[in-house]
Design a protein around this ligand. Structure first.
Ligand SMILES: [Zn+2]
Length: 434
């Protein structure tokens, strides 16, 4: 046991703890069936040609592993093959996404990036004396706080008490999980993220400040924090919410991060992590502007958007692979309730808008692709169908080799779609502003 495990709360300077430094711009990609790492990596080689260094992070949550029936070390395996084949000389990471104390074990060997999920602990009240000890330790929270480019922030002790009641226990839980990982791994061999995105209410910038002070007290060398932002971040479809409010909040959060790095000794690498970041096309210009104006880094996490490109590639190739894509839709349609259940909070499927499997059976490759591809200008684009298929990867997983073999047969059309989707629709607007 190291001293880490025995001296929690307030005595450790987070950035003085050993940690693996995370790069400025990082991008999380998910690869449900471990066949697209190369096509994904190509998007970052294209970005490098544009002069932007973006470091890939392959992420897969325990939930995805359970549904697909894969093991955590397969993610690193697939990434390493892609790195070798494309001659990628820069770093890459493997993210144990949304892990908890119960699920982290399987990821200790193969991951170098841990997204500690404490959503389940939010709202569990910390003991009253811990809340008041925390607030007594942080009188600076109640003074006027000047933030670069923002109106000054003032937090009352009453507000901070409320926030601490809601989040202090969760921050302490993050500390426990962090120390568990640190004790199991080599010194300085991993990145720590804390996620609070899978919860009911967005955190205000003031709440984020209190949360980060509490995480700093735990001595966590935190490099990314995933708050829940205002608006809806549904899987596979665009952002729904007030764009101006999002931009204001995103910029305030960046200012809070700059402030806590100075005030609490958190690593200078600390940055925001945007979860369910794929397909949120309407907020990308705001993110691009905020990064450009402040020089802040960012982590954008995506996952299922690649699996949908596999389906698009299968449909585009026609014949047997189109038939397989239709079969997957028919099965997903039949099992729509059970497939949607684990994702209920992050999808919005209008069942009335779903075409029947009989209709889909008659579709041409073009009709299938147009309904599924995330092109909002296309009249045939169907967000309900897209979201159903987004959560429908379990159907393909059950097909086993029949599905995997078809991925190999249609490698050309699939990898072309995977790369184009990441590079044109995600990387360029977020990091290049076009
Ligand atoms: Zn998340």
């Amino acid at each position: 046991m190291t001293s880490l495990s025995t001296s929690p709360s307030g005595t450790l300077v987070p950035s003085a703890q050993p940690f693996l430094r995370l790069e400025h711009y990082t991008f999380g990609v998910g690869d449900r069936f471990a066949h697209q790492a190369k096509a994904q990596l190509r998007a970052f080689t294209l970005a490098a040609k544009d002069g932007v260094e973006i470091i890939p992070v392959w992420n897969k949550s325990n939930r995805e592993h359970m549904i697909v029936g894969s093991k955590p070390d397969s993610v690193r395996g697939a990434a390493e093959v892609a790195i070798r084949d494309l001659g990628w000389k820069k770093p890459f990471h493997v993210d144990a996404d949304h892990i908890t104390q119960e699920t982290v074990g399987g990821f200790l060997e193969s991951s170098d990036y841990y997204t500690i999920d404490v959503a389940a602990a939010i709202g569990k009240p910390a003991a009253d004396e811990k809340v008041s000890a925390f607030l007594d330790r942080h009188p600076e929270l109640f003074q006027r706080i000047d933030l670069p480019g923002q109106d000054p922030l003032t937090i009352s002790r009453a507000d901070a008490t409320q926030t601490a009641r809601k989040y202090l226990f969760a921050a302490q839980e993050a500390g426990r999980i962090y120390r568990h990982i640190a004790n199991a791994k080599d010194k300085g061999s991993f990145v720590t993220e804390v996620s609070m995105d899978e919860t009911d209410n967005p955190q205000t910038p003031g709440e984020l400040l209190v949360i980060l002070a509490a995480l700093a007290d735990e001595g966590i060398p935190l490099q990314t924090i995933a708050p829940k932002f205002t608006g809806r971040f549904n899987k596979g479809v665009d952002y729904v919410g007030n764009l101006a409010q999002f931009e204001t909040e995103f910029r305030s959060d960046l200012a809070i991060i700059a402030h806590v790095v100075k005030t609490y000794g958190l690593p200078v690498e600390l940055k925001l992590s945007v979860h369910s970041g794929s397909d949120k096309f309407s907020i990308y210009p705001a993110i691009y502007r905020a990064l450009r104006d402040t020089g802040a880094g960012v982590h954008v996490k995506t996952a299922g958007t690649t699996w949908l490109e596999e389906l698009i590639g299968l449909a585009e190739a026609g014949g047997d692979s189109l038939a397989l894509a239709k079969e997957i839709y028919a099965e997903a349609y039949a099992h729509r309730e059970e497939l949607s259940a684990p994702y209920a909070a992050v999808i919005d499927i209008d069942v009335a808008k779903l075409p029947s499997p009989e209709q889909v059976k008659k579709w041409s490759p073009e009709q299938y692709v147009n309904a599924l591809r995330h092109d909002q200008k296309c009249k045939e684009f169907n967000p309900s169908l897209r979201q159903l298929l987004h959560v429908g990867y379990k159907i393909a997983a059950k097909m086993g080799n029949r599905y995997l073999d078809m991925l190999e047969t249609c490698e050309e059309s699939i990898s072309r779609n995977v790369t184009t989707n990441l590079y044109e629709r995600h990387v360029r607007p977020i990091f290049l502003g076009k």
